[in-house]
Design a protein around this ligand. Structure first.
Ligand SMILES: Cc1ncc(COP(=O)(O)O)c(C=O)c1O
Length: 480
């Protein structure tokens, strides 16, 4: 064990002998809880060598700590922290009582951002794929192969734009599955969709610029746009998705955030006339459209809709996708497809902010896609999730006097309308009943706050869906 002992530390008494300084710092490590009962200390010879002092000096420090009861020394075994050496409470270093003041930008971030505060797997938490159904053994094999074949190269700094074989796999995949028209040079691999939206907001918006986003909409986008100092302009949403007619005609918008395949949170797909209208608006006003295609791979009906980007002839759409829903959230891999010069500019900025994404996982993801495993995994997940969606809708049937599920053709969750009194009252009791009901009314930006919940189903086994819906039914009756 290498111990951090600094004999010249300013808090060590100048006049104190070397052995007192060593003993004092070891004592502080024990009282601070950093060297816990039973930990083995380095041999005196080893520590003396590390500190550049005589062995007798360390020997004297250990003997002193032993006499004070902090150390137990056993011949032939070594020196151990005694069970009597319990950390001081409160600890030596006191946490700051008042949080340090933040910048205006920092404070703006904290008004919209939040820390995840509930276990992901509780019913009906939204946005969760079923990780038990993921082919972990296959992933592990591919991982071992990648390490064997490219280990040292993958351990180095990587291309900030993303590992080339992964960018190739993504561009082929997006062309086949989502109709996206791109080359690997237009793809940038990132940690998350959130990082993509944040990069776009940082690079494309000046403080005070207007940015339009769906209302209700994705809080992550709202956080990124408001942190960039944008003036947020709500876009009304109905059964055809985001309505371009709800934006003032003369509003000069620099950026428009849309979820065309599966409006977050209400779930509708953007209709073709509206797709064309948004593209025309972007063309005429020079605005950028961010297309967040966060779960567009999970379309359960026969005629699957391609991405909005497939219709873009003017290079105004920035397409964003994530492996959080199609592979695993913990991978922290997402991608954006950028028109023209933007790909290079975003790559340089990304490099400036945080370098690049983990190379090894990019290599495994590339193999997974190129060998066809992604296609079959998604095919299986679509089947599994569709059946779970059907079961949840069926289980909610008996409560159709109070709950109204909305569009459920796509995604890992659907939205459900409930009367306003029930939205709040049931939500207040949901945690105790082991349920997560994300409130739709909290996702609004403008004046209207239409009530309802997001109902995640993809990660829930059939029995869990039945039991959880029964519990929800009890709450609905109790609060109704
Ligand atoms: C609309 C929307 N976009 C993006 C994401 C998240 O993707 P990532 O994990 O890549 O940031 C989510 C997650 O739930 C989402 O709901």
């Amino acid at each position: 064990m290498e111990l951090w002992i600094d004999l010249a530390r300013p808090d060590t008494e100048d006049g104190a002998s070397l052995q007192s300084r060593i003993a004092g710092q070891l004592r502080a490590l024990m009282l601070g809880g950093h060297l816990t009962s039973g930990s083995r200390l380095p041999a005196t010879r080893e520590l003396a060598q590390q500190l550049g002092v005589a062995r007798v000096t360390v020997e004297a420090a250990y003997a002193r700590l032993e006499a004070e009861g902090y150390l137990q020394r056993r011949v032939g075994a070594g020196s151990f922290v005694s069970p009597m050496a319990t950390p001081l409470s409160p600890p030596l270093v006191q946490p700051c009582k008042t949080p340090p003041p933040l910048s205006t930008r920092g404070a703006a971030v904290l008004t919209t951002a939040r820390r995840r505060d509930h276990p992901e797997r509780l019913p009906f938490n939204a946005g969760c794929p079923d990780l038990r159904a993921f082919p972990h053994a296959l992933w592990q094999r591919l991982l071992a192969q990648c390490v064997r074949r490219h280990g040292p190269a993958l351990g180095d700094y990587g291309d900030p734009q993303g590992y080339l074989p992964l960018r190739e796999a993504i561009s082929d995949w997006l062309a086949q599955s989502r109709g996206v028209r791109c080359t690997p040079e237009q793809v940038v691999v990132l940690t998350s969709s959130q990082q993509a939206i944040q990069l776009a907001a940082t690079l494309l918006l000046d403080p005070g610029d207007a940015a339009a986003l769906e209302d209700p909409g994705y809080l992550g986008a709202r956080a990124a746009l408001s942190a960039a100092g944008a003036r947020l302009q709500p876009i009304a949403v109905d059964a055809e998705g985001a309505d371009p007619a709800s934006l003032p005609v003369d509003l000069a918008c620099r950026l428009i955030f849309l979820t065309p395949s599966h409006q977050f949170p209400l779930g509708h797909a953007l209709s073709l006339p509206r797709r064309l209208a948004w593209l025309a608006r972007a063309r005429e006003s020079g605005a950028w459209i961010i297309e967040d295609d966060y779960d567009g791979e999970y379309q359960y009906e026969r005629n699957r809709l391609p991405a909005l980007q497939s219709l873009d002839r003017d290079g105004r759409v920035i397409y964003v996708g994530t492996f959080s829903k199609t592979l695993m959230p913990s991978l922290r891999l997402a991608y954006m497809v950028l028109p023209g010069e933007l790909a290079e500019q975003f790559t340089v900025a990304r490099h400036g902010f945080d370098g690049h994404s983990a190379q090894l996982m990019q290599a495994v993801a590339a193999e997974f896609i190129q060998r066809g495993h992604f296609t079959s995994h998604l095919r299986q997940m679509r089947q599994l999730y569709r059946s779970r969606r059907d079961l949840l809708l069926e289980c909610l049937g008996p409560f159709d006097d109070v709950v109204t599920p909305l569009a459920s053709e796509t995604g890992l969750q659907f939205a459900m309308r409930v009367p306003a009194e029930l939205e709040a009252a049931v939500h207040a009791q949901a945690t105790d009943a082991g349920l997560v009901l994300r409130r739709l009314s909290t996702l609004h930006l403008g004046e209207v706050h239409a009530p309802g919940w997001l109902m995640g189903f993809a990660a829930l086994e059939n029995q869990v869906i039945r039991e959880a819906t029964a519990r929800l039914g009890t709450l609905l009756r109790r609060c109704g």
